[in-house]
Design a protein around this ligand. Structure first.
Ligand code: 5GP
Length: 241
């Protein structure tokens, strides 16, 4: 069953969907390239196997150490064209000269089974998901500062200079889009961001998911209201007294 129907809504001819009161189990993590999304997702996958993490298709070449089917499904341009034409992608976007997209079918199956799901995608993709799954929770991962983001992007050392330039230009635009997101998490520490993400996902799920990652009660208790309703969600020990 397509995701849009599963939540009791049908896309209109314009592609917009009618909202329903059903809580989404779909969380979308977005933010500029180099901010550390994939590190956060890797840590989450290690510590919280209950959260299903979508594996995207991409036309980008694998980086050293990347394995087909694990970080991405690495496909050529023709295959990506076929995926688009057959409607196999929930969303897709061009990023720094390559295409990336979310396979629809495995995500549908997990959502239908009531599993909490996470997409790690770029801003254009996050906007598309919000259109077809309006109750998806959009989380923006921000760097502690612009200088830190540049340091992280250049420090990776895996990209040619012109690719890096394009990624920095995109990152500048993406940072400006943080306000479109329901929640912003500042990536000061991978552990903290994972804990906050788990708290958000638990917040929108009816059941306790029994995550392996401890969410300290004292820390959560200090917040007023559930984490999803705060904008800049900072760890309690990093906020001003
Ligand atoms: P990278 O090449 O560094 O792995 O990823 C480049 C960008 O593509 C990142 O911002 C990442 O979040 C985004 N991305 C990864 N998978 C997808 C996807 O399925 N859809 C979209 N729209 N963006 C994606």
């Amino acid at each position: 069953m397509p995701i849009s129907e599963q939540r009791g809504r049908r896309p209109s001819p314009s592609g917009a969907a009618v909202a329903s009161p059903v809580h989404s189990r779909l969380t979308v993590l977005s933010g500029p390239s180099g901010v550390g999304k994939s590190t956060v997702v890797a840590e989450l996958s290690r510590t919280c196997p209950q959260i299903w993490i979508s594996v995207s298709a991409t036309t980008r070449r694998p980086r050293p150490g990347e394995v087909d089917g694990r970080q991405y499904h690495f496909v050529d341009d023709d295959e990506f064209d076929r995926l688009i034409a057959s409607g196999a992608l929930l969303e897709w976007a061009r990023f720094a000269g390559n295409r990336y997209g979310t396979p629809r079918e495995p995500l549908d199956a997990k959502l239908e089974a009531g599993v909490a799901c996470l997409l790690e995608i770029d801003l254009a993709g996050a906007r598309q998901v919000k259109r077809v799954v309006p109750d998806a929770r959009l989380v923006f991962l921000a760097p502690p500062s612009w200088e830190e983001l540049v340091r992280r992007l250049t420090g990776r050392g895996t990209e040619p200079a012109e690719v890096l330039e394009r990624r920095l230009a995109v990152a500048r635009d993406e940072l400006a889009a943080a306000d479109e997101f329901e929640v912003t998490l500042v990536n000061t520490s991978v552990q903290d961001v994972c804990r906050q993400l788990v708290a958000l996902i638990e917040d929108c799920d009816d059941r306790s998911l029994n995550f392996a990652l401890p969410v300290r009660k004292a820390e959560r208790g200090r917040h007023s209201g559930p984490p999803g309703r705060r904008r800049h969600h900072q760890p309690a020990d990093r906020r001003a007294p």
